[in-house]
Design a protein around this ligand. Sequence first.
Ligand code: ATP
Ligand code: MG
Length: 489
Amino acid sequence: MHIELRDIRKTFGDVRANDGISLAFEPGRIYGLLGENGAGKSTLMKILAGYQPADSGRILLNGQPAHFATPADALRRGVGMVYQDPLDFPPFTVLENYLLGRDRAVNLDFRQAAAELRAILDRYGFAVDMDAAIGSLSLGERQQLELVRLLAGGAQALILDEPTTGISASQKDALFATMRRMAAEEGKSIILVSHKLEEIQELCGHAFVLRKGQLVGETALPCPNRALVEMMFGQVPERTPRPPAAVEQPLLEISGLGVRTQRLTVGDINLSIRRGEVFGLAGLEGSGQALLMKAVAGLLPAASGRIALDGLDITHLDYHQTRAAGVAYVAAGRLEEGLIAGLSLTEHILLAAPRRDQTFFIRWGAARETTSGRIALCEVVGVPDSTAEQLSGGNQQRMLYAMLNEGLRLILLDQPTRGLDVRSADYIWELLYARRREGTAILFYSPDLDEIIERSDRIAVFSGGVMSRIVEAARTTADELGHLIGGQQ
Ligand SMILES: Nc1ncnc2c1ncn2[C@@H]1O[C@H](COP(=O)(O)OP(=O)(O)OP(=O)(O)O)[C@@H](O)[C@H]1O
Ligand SMILES: [Mg+2]
């Protein structure tokens, strides 16, 4: 199916999210859609997928004008989209969810639906258990399920908005292999929105670049990364190098720590992190690094061992007590865990304030002013009265940083630059380095081994619930880390 967008415009208040964008997608090809945070990528794709209407402009499918009132409408005409933030999932099994998603006019019985679903899963090499509860699925599996729903609905064009932010490398390889087959064998058009240039280069044959709501360039791929970055930002941004760690004073001391959840047990973690140190955790998703951070943050109880912060035993403190001791935890899931849809940015800053600063009567004027200052510092594109869901994905991520209070001893970060463009990611690290100069230690997990090596002083390697070793970042490579992570499997 040939898709053409003509002069698409969409404003939100003063923001021109899409400012006259025209471009076309051919069948059987894979496109990358690139641009800095807030450039207008998700806005454009949501218009194409019937999630929201454009203010003006036209969508042409095979030359015919199309008007989509809803995503279901768009899917009937062959356009399906997997959204940047996972939608809410009902308490059903995979199979029940599939039945619900099928067109109601078609009277499917369970067995027929099961056979159909199995056929799609097999054809595309998806490994999702049909009887599993949706709530128990990983992000990658939910994504596959969403794809299955779109494919069963007859999608000829598939839009994936940052599909690889929460999935493992092997899930990504499987997803990409499926995308290639869909394009080559079935003539589907695929549009990938991503900040990861390596992925765009690997998968896509052509890239469109947006900046401030306009199409500023396009190119055949692969091409030098530098050319893409220049189109995205107008210039190649410089990277802030990691300043040396100065202080040798221990801050966080963990001995014999064990943490248990239904899915995973980690045991016997021993770790000493210094003031002002940046400490990276490497490992596949679900290897124990998240449990370690949650136990330190007081979000999960320690089953054994001891956690001390500046000599103070914090092992059995709850989340609020741990926060009061100077520990901040920044979650990976923005709208799931970190931010609250419907609340304004000012309300977020108020909620995040230390208890001693919270008064019974809220002084809104002062709170708005504080919020303005914080969002300016963290370069959040929005105003104090914006609600969380009005921010673009990358700006939601920056908002999490705007909520960090002064004078912290330790910041725990799960995927600190998830969904950020390279310039935003560098800026966030600059803010974190400034904290580090004040003696704050930083403990973080990232699926991106290059980020771990570039940003950390030392790195702990996790695999299968075991912390296998600690290495100096300056003396290792991404290859070696990858090896260590895989070695224990
Ligand atoms: N529902 C909304 N209400 C108000 N403003 C919005 C809304 N949706 C998007 N915007 C604004 O439109 C602009 C473009 O946002 P969009 O989500 O399209 O960016 P993006 O390119 O997808 O960025 P990211 O890489 O951060 O996901 C941003 O300034 C954003 O704040
Ligand atoms: Mg987006």
